[in-house]
Design a protein around this ligand. Structure first.
Ligand code: C2E
Ligand code: CA
Ligand code: CA
Length: 574
């Protein structure tokens, strides 16, 4: 029997007994305490040593999130496993994002012991690795001249801040600060003095901001400043002023007074970018702009980005593009795992621009939403998608086609009429069509969204929730909506074999999705291995480069001829 000190956060004595019985059956000899409030949990954590924490999802006076937070607050790295009874408690994805190690439904307790074995093993490994890591970390993540975090570390911290900021809905700012004329200092005074100057600049910057802000040296004469927790974006101005002020007095290097001037580029989230690299890139663009304008600082705007569609005046051209049929659709097949059939495709729009070539949707969908062009665009996509779909049907291939619907469209009062007209004109059956909307689209105005979705459902049109997991909707909140399918976002799927947390999220969405009677699709499947893993998890459908990239209609038809999978819904004539 293996000793196990288990802290059980649970309000039901019966459930605790079941849990202990399962542990004993798995060869453990548990010493346990049962707590159901923050106070008692806190007390247990501070007075005794534990190997593992099990937590119910919600209790009358406590819940898993609070327990998790409490545990984290103590800095103890214990495995934290949620053991939850009811299928309604489906914030599991969020819980795992928040740091829970696993999520087990009380109905599948047989998974408990393997999970405990695994988590204890991993906790031990984490423990061993931690010390070695600290050394490596220091070497790999620190700039030797200033002792500040280096670019690699900074990038990671920015990414973390973005993730947290998006979750908790507060702004994050990234500043790039560049010393003007540093090269001259280096050339005239020598590298050693140049290094001394950098070190002193680093120290002053460090002392000018809060401890929770990050100052990093990114290389050369460039510093990165991360403000991960702003109350409002307006606070950036105060920080910039503090930074300027702190560099105002000359630096004394070997008795020589040296003044520095700086240019600062700023990128702010939300608004500018959703990942570290883009944010860095945007701050960089802003910094160059500051230099060009000989201004102390500049804040990134899409107009200052030479790659931005606004800059290219694309939106002015989009209206014509729609009328002149410059848009085209690519179709990406979805594979039904149980039957091995390609039963549907997703229509993805592109813009064949006469000068700029093929423009991906990321470049024009969002601007189209903001310029009122999304309505005509969606209409064009629907018409074209149904045209090809109907043509496949005439060839005896019965496939479902899904079309993406923007958040804006979902709240458009003319949406229903438009769709009804398009279906009518195409002579298409509503059952040929499915719509994909993102979670965020629903959250925007749940009441209006619900009305439209209900009406679409009555028309016989299926509904799929796209990019699931990236927002903060829970599955149970979808219960009241006529949803048929959820698509696990590719950011979780693509890496699921390398990233345990992603794997956990995928597994949980599948399990809970099924509990809610939904079809679950995984997108971003790029390898056979991921496909196999998803099949083992009972995922219903997969979509991704491994099956096929999105293809133009003609290529799709050729692909059908050579594809290893059967084409068309099972009841179709081939
Ligand atoms: P989405 O709906 O999440 O579409 C899936 C995107 O993932 C597509 O990018 C697709 O090419 C890409 N993808 C598919 N399989 C894989 C894979 O295995 N790995 C990776 N890394 N990526 C994969 P695409 O076509 O560039 O579309 C981007 C987004 O643009 C779509 O994301 C959708 O949100 C939007 N979009 C596309 N067409 C339309 C449209 O007609 N209307 C609206 N409103 N939005 C559209
Ligand atoms: Ca989609
Ligand atoms: Ca998606």
């Amino acid at each position: 029997m293996k000793q196990l000190r288990a802290l059980i956060v649970e309000d039901s004595d019966d459930d605790t007994a079941l849990l202990l019985r399962e542990l004993r059956r798995g060869g453990y000899d548990p010493m346990h305490a049962q707590v159901e409030t923050a106070e008692t949990m806190s007390m247990e954590l501070s007075t005794r040593n534990w190997d593992i924490v099990f937590s119910d999802f919600s209790m009358p006076n406590f819940n898993a999130f609070a327990a998790l937070e409490l545990l984290r607050g103590t800095q103890q790295d214990l495995p934290f496993i949620i053991v939850s009874g009811t299928i309604g408690e489906d914030r599991a994805v969020t819980a795992m994002k928040a740091g829970a190690h696993d999520y087990i439904l009380k109905g599948s307790l047989k998974r408990l012991v393997p999970a405990v074995d695994r988590e204890l093993r991993e906790a031990r490994m984490r423990q061993q690795r931690r010390q070695a890591d600290e050394t490596i970390h220091r070497l790999a993540y620190t700039d030797p001249v200033t002792g500040l975090p280096n670019r690699t570390r900074f990038r990671e911290l920015v990414q973390e801040a973005i993730t947290v900021g998006q979750g908790e809905q507060f702004p994050v700012a990234l500043l790039l600060l560049d010393l003007d004329h540093f090269k001259e200092v280096n050339d005239t005074l020598g590298h050693d003095r140049g290094d001394t100057l950098l070190m002193q600049v680093g120290m002053r910057l460090r002392s000018a901001v809060f401890a929770s802000d990050v100052i990093a040296r990114l290389g050369g004469d460039e510093f990165g400043i991360l403000l991960p927790r702003l109350a409002t974006t307006g606070d950036v101005g105060h920080v910039i002023k503090k930074l300027h002020d702190c560099l105002e007095a000359p630096f004394m290097i070997d008795g020589i007074p040296i003044s520095v001037e700086t240019s600062i580029g700023v990128a702010v989230m939300p608004g500018h970018a959703g990942n570290a690299d883009t944010m860095l890139q945007h701050a960089d663009i802003a910094m160059y702009r500051a230099k060009q304008m000989v201004s102390d600082y500049a804040i990134y705007t899409p107009e200052s980005n030479p790659h931005s569609p606004e800059r290219l005046g694309l939106m002015a051209e989009l209206r014509n593009a729609i009328e002149q049929n410059q848009l085209l659709l690519h179709f990406q097949p979805k594979l039904e795992l149980k039957t091995g059939r390609i039963a549907s495709t997703e229509a993805l729009v592109r813009w064949q621009h006469p000068r700029l070539g093929l423009i991906p949707p990321d470049k024009f969908i969002l601007p189209a939403e903001h310029t009122g062009l999304i309505g005509p665009l969606t209409r064009w996509v629907l018409i074209d998608a149904l045209k090809y779909n109907t043509s496949l049907l005439r060839d005896g291939l019965q496939l479902l086609v899904t079309v993406n619907l923007s958040a804006r469209s979902l709240h458009d009062p003319h949406l229903l009429d438009m769709i009804a007209n398009v279906l009518d004109a195409a002579g298409a059956n509503p059952a040929q069509l499915m719509l994909e909307v993102t979670e965020s689209a629903i959250v925007l105005d749940p009441k209006r969204a619900k009305e439209n979705l209900m009406a679409l459902n009555r028309m016989g049109i299926g509904l799929s929730i796209d990019d699931f997991g990236t927002g903060y909707t829970s599955l149970s909140s979808l219960k009241h909506l006529p949803v048929n399918e959820i698509k696990i976002d590719k950011s979780f799927v693509t890496n699921m074999l390398a990233d345990k947390k992603d794997a956990m999220i995928v597994r949980t969405v599948i399990e809970l999705g099924h509990n809610f009677g939904l079809t679950v699709v995984a997108e971003g499947v790029e390898t056979q291995e991921v496909l196999d893993a998803l099949a083992a998890l009972n995922c219903d459908k997969v979509q991704g480069y491994f099956i096929s990239k999105p293809l133009a209609y003609d290529s799709l038809k050729s692909w059908f001829l050579t594809s290893p999978w059967k084409i068309g819904a099972a009841d179709a004539v081939r």
